[in-house]
Write a protein that binds this ligand. Structure first.
Ligand SMILES: Nc1ncnc2c1ncn2[C@@H]1O[C@H](COP(=O)(O)OP(=O)(O)OP(=O)(O)O)[C@@H](O)[C@H]1O
Ligand SMILES: [Mg+2]
Length: 344
């Protein structure tokens, strides 16, 4: 019965769709379904293509009750993906056909599931990151109200601690805000002109001024022929500030950091900045995950240094917006090179 009418119904659907008879023999299928199962489906028994009990239950209860049914299925066809399977009855009374038919569809919902998972992990991470400074603040306030009430030395120490924790929370909230702003404008091209060498020179000066252990450690190899690039100065400052600070803070105070800026020698279309430190390095299993929000190799160490673990995630978003690239090469015990490419 492959009537053109039923074929046009499945062809009009955006997801993989098949129509089968009450013996679960496939009558027609759209292109998406054929591609998904990598075979022609007409005349094939439904159980031959999908053996999952959940799929069979879904179809047979629709057949029994005439009601719509759906379930989620993890299918390993080309790659493992999650689908919402649905079965709906096309009853003979309504279609004026001589038999009951079932419309079965498979909608890929992997992206929604991943987004939902990432959202809930994100909320859990944010809560966790806020909870630790809050807990410590609560403890300090308690001590200040009680045992340390009249102890002036302890009071000063506790006030310093409170200042540190509140600053950390404020940095975290600031970073979260800038992440969400960046996500909103990721597809809008940045305006303005930026002299990257100048930006880097300023960052080196600001970092050295802010922290004595960063002083005199950076060697900057410039290329005077480079012209300014199109971009947002504040955003690019944030990227290089984080990368240079990472290089300085995740390596020993007596070691130096080399920054080299150059034009891509082949195409001359890219500006390249390579930041090399001789710090502890990063084990290969961590490398692909470093730009995830809150991902840190050594949580305790990063937190101790006031890090939120959002620096590289923010940098990556900014570089995406600038159509730039970031990659990290590292060897444990040898050091790390973080490279950035920006279109000239
Ligand atoms: N040059 C580096 N050498 C060794 N480890 C690094 C280096 N750069 C980054 N990392 C690792 O990558 C992690 C993520 O870096 P990221 O800049 O995102 O966060 P952070 O520096 O911990 O916090 P923040 O940037 O918010 O201050 C760091 O916690 C650290 O473990
Ligand atoms: Mg950082």
């Amino acid at each position: 019965m492959n009537s053109p009418f039923y074929q046009s119904i499945v062809d009009a659907l955006p997801q993989a769709a098949i129509i089968m008879d009450s013996n679960l023999r496939i009558q027609c299928a759209n292109e998406r379904a054929q591609v998904l199962f990598n075979r022609s489906l007409e005349g094939v028994g439904f159980v031959r293509i999908l053996r999952q009990p959940a799929a069979l239950t879904c179809v047979s209860s629709t057949l029994e009750t005439g009601e719509y049914n759906s379930c989620n299925l993890l299918l390993r066809l080309n790659t493992a993906r999650t689908y919402m399977a649905s079965a709906a009855m096309l009853s003979r009374e309504e279609t004026a056909s001589d038999e009951d038919l079932i419309l079965f569809t498979l909608t890929d919902i992997s992206a929604e599931i991943a987004a939902e998972k990432s959202r809930s992990t994100f909320v859990a991470n944010v809560s966790h990151e806020l909870r630790s400074p809050l807990t410590s603040l609560m403890g300090v306030v308690e001590t200040l109200k009680g045992p340390a009430r009249k102890d002036e030395v302890a009071r000063d120490r506790f006030l310093d601690l409170m200042q540190g924790e509140t600053e950390r929370m404020s940095r975290l909230v600031g970073d979260l805000l800038s992440l969400s702003k960046l996500e909103a404008k990721e597809h809008v091209a940045p305006e303005g002109e930026v002299d990257i060498s100048r930006v880097i020179r300023r960052i080196i000066a600001v970092l050295a001024e802010g922290n004595p252990i960063y002083k005199g450690r950076v060697e900057f190899i410039e290329d005077k022929t480079l012209s300014p690039i199109q971009g947002d100065r504040d955003e690019l400052t944030e990227v290089f500030q984080n990368l240079i600070e990472n290089a300085l803070k995740y390596s020993a105070p007596e070691t130096s950091v080399k920054i080299e800026i150059s034009k891509d020698t082949e195409s001359l279309k890219w500006l390249e900045v390579a930041i090399t430190d001789s710090g502890d390095g990063i084990a290969p299993e961590h490398l692909p995950r470093l730009t995830e929000r809150f991902y840190r190799v050594d949580k305790g160490r990063s937190r101790e240094m006031g890090g939120t673990g959002l620096g590289l995630a923010i940098s990556k978003h900014i570089l995406n917006r600038h159509r730039g690239k970031l990659w990290i090469e590292s060897e444990l015990g040898q050091g790390t090179t973080v490279s950035v490419k920006l279109p000239l």
